[in-house]
Design a protein around this ligand. Structure first.
Ligand code: PLP
Length: 390
C-alpha cells in the first residue's frame, strides 16, 4: 500500500538539502557559539550566517532576528513580551481564527487580568476586515496580532492594509500600537518583506519549511519593547536566553533560501487545483472552505457534506493517506474547528471538513491515488450517516 502524506501544514519532512547542511553540526561541528575557542567560533559563524540569511528573507537587520524554539514560542514572545511592559491593563486586538498559540496566549492573559482582548470576526470568505481593526482600536490598545495566512483554510489576510492603518493611527497617538503577524503558514509562499507588510513583529516556524522541529524565528523591529520570557544568558540580544540550537538555526537559514521558489510554488498550485477539480467533479456536495482566490497554493480545505470528518480521516488512513481535519480531539470529545465555526457558524460543516495540504514532494501519481480512493469512502460513509442526504 502506498503511503501518501497530504498534511504539510501540520509538519513537513526535512528537506534533503537541509539535512545535508546540518549533519556536520550534529557531529564534528558541535561547539557552543558562546565559547571563544575554535569550536565555538565555528558554531558562532554558522549562527551568524543563518541570521543574515533570515534577515535577507525578511528584509530586516540581522539583529532584529531572534531565534526561538518554534512558532508557538515566537507568538508567545511577541504577545506576552509586549504586554509585560505596561502598568495599566493594555488592550490587544486579534481575530477569532488565529492559531491557538495566539488565541490561548490572549485568553491566558485575560485570565491573569494582564490584558483585555478584542477577538475580531471574519467575513464570509474568512478574512478579517481592515476597517474592523480600525474600529476596535482603543486608547489603551498596544498590540494587534493577525495571522498572515490561516493554517486550516489557507486564506490570506490583508496584513499590508492593516499595517498601513495602524501606522496611520500611530501618527495620531502617544502610545504606539505594535503590529504582529504569525507568518508560519505563509512563509513558504508569500512575500515576507517586513517593510512591505508594515509589521513590527513576525513569527516563523522552521518545521513547516523543511527543518527539523524545534526552531522558530521572531522578527522584532528595532525599538520594539519586548521583555524576554526566558531569562538567563545574554543570548539572542538578551531577548531569549539559552544556548543556541545550532543545527536548527543552520537549518532555518537554509530553509528560507529554499522557500518561495517560483517553479515549486506554481507546480504545487497546479497540482492542488487539479486535485480539487477532480474531487469536486467526482464527489457531489463538496464545498470549498477558503477564499476562492486569496489563499495559499498548497491548501485545499473541503466540506464533505453529511459526514463526520474524523471518519473520513480514519478511512483514508487505512488506505495509507494522511490528511487532517480542523477539529481537535480534546480529552475524548470532538471540538469543532474554531476557524470553520467562526466563518460559517455551522457545527456540521466544522465537523465534516478536511484539510489536504501539499508540499514540495507531492506528485500527480500520488494525488491520482487519492482521487481514486476518496469517492468510494465518501459514498460508503454517506450511506451510514445520520446527518442527512444518503
Ligand atoms: N502558527 C501557525 C499559523 C501554525 O500553523 C503553527 C503550527 O501549526 C504554529 C503557529 C505553531 O508553530 P510550532 O509548531 O513551530 O510551535
Amino acid at each position: 500500500m502506498p503511503k501518501i502524506y497530504l498534511d504539510y501544514a501540520a509538519t513537513a519532512p526535512v528537506r534533503p538539502q537541509i539535512e545535508k547542511k546540518i549533519m556536520p553540526f550534529l557531529s564534528e561541528k558541535f561547539g557552543n557559539p558562546s565559547s571563544i575557542h575554535s569550536f565555538g567560533r565555528e558554531a558562532r559563524k554558522a549562527v551568524d550566517e543563518a541570521r543574515e540569511s533570515v534577515a535577507k528573507f525578511l528584509n530586516c537587520e540581522p539583529l532584529e532576528v531572534i531565534f526561538t524554539s518554534g512558532g508557538t514560542e515566537s507568538d508567545n514572545l511577541a504577545i506576552r513580551g509586549i504586554v509585560t511592559n505596561y502598568k495599566l491593563v493594555p488592550h490587544i486586538i486579534t481575530s477569532k481564527i488565529e492559531h491557538h498559540a495566539v488565541l490561548h496566549t490572549c485568553k491566558q492573559l485575560e485570565k491573569e487580568k494582564l490584558a483585555e482582548v478584542t477577538y475580531l470576526d471574519v467575513n464570509k470568505t474568512g478574512r478579517v476586515k481592515p476597517e474592523d481593526v480600525k474600529k476596535a482600536i482603543k486608547k489603551n490598545t498596544i498590540l494587534t496580532s493577525i495571522m498572515y495566512a490561516n493554517n486550516e483554510t489557507g486564506t490570506i489576510q490583508p496584513i499590508r492594509e492593516i499595517g498601513k492603518i495602524i501606522e496611520k493611527e500611530n501618527k495620531k497617538r502617544k502610545n504606539k500600537i505594535y503590529f504582529h503577524t504569525d507568518a508560519v503558514q505563509a512563509a513558504g509562499y508569500l512575500n515576507c518583506n517586513i517593510k512591505y507588510l508594515h509589521v513590527d513583529l513576525l513569527t516563523l516556524s522552521g518545521h513547516k519549511l523543511g527543518t527539523p522541529k524545534g526552531i522558530g524565528v521572531l522578527f522584532i523591529k528595532k525599538g520594539t519593547p519586548i521583555h524576554p520570557l526566558i531569562t538567563g544568558g545574554e543570548h539572542e540580544a538578551g531577548k531569549r536566553a539559552g544556548t543556541e540550537n545550532v543545527p536548527g538555526i543552520v537549518a532555518m537559514g537554509q530553509a528560507v533560501k529554499l522557500s518561495q521558489n517560483g517553479r515549486e510554488k506554481s507546480q504545487i498550485k497546479k497540482l492542488r487545483d487539479y486535485f480539487e477539480k477532480q474531487i469536486m467533479t467526482k464527489i457531489p456536495d463538496v464545498e470549498l472552505n477558503s477564499h476562492p482566490k486569496d489563499r495559499l497554493p498548497n491548501i485545499s480545505n473541503l466540506n464533505f457534506k453529511y459526514i463526520e470528518g474524523e471518519s473520513i480521516l480514519l478511512n483514508l488512513d487505512l488506505k495509507g493517506i494522511a490528511a487532517s481535519s480542523g477539529s481537535a480531539c480534546t480529552s475524548g470529545s470532538l471540538e469543532p474547528s474554531h476557524v470553520i465555526m467562526t466563518i460559517y457558524d455551522d457545527p456540521l460543516r466544522a465537523n465534516s471538513s478536511i484539510r489536504f495540504s501539499l508540499g514540495w514532494d507531492i506528485n500527480k501519481k500520488e494525488l491520482d491515488y487519492v482521487i481514486k480512493i476518496l469517492p468510494g469512502i465518501i459514498k460508503k460513509l454517506r450511506k451510514i450517516s445520520p446527518f442527512g442526504k444518503k
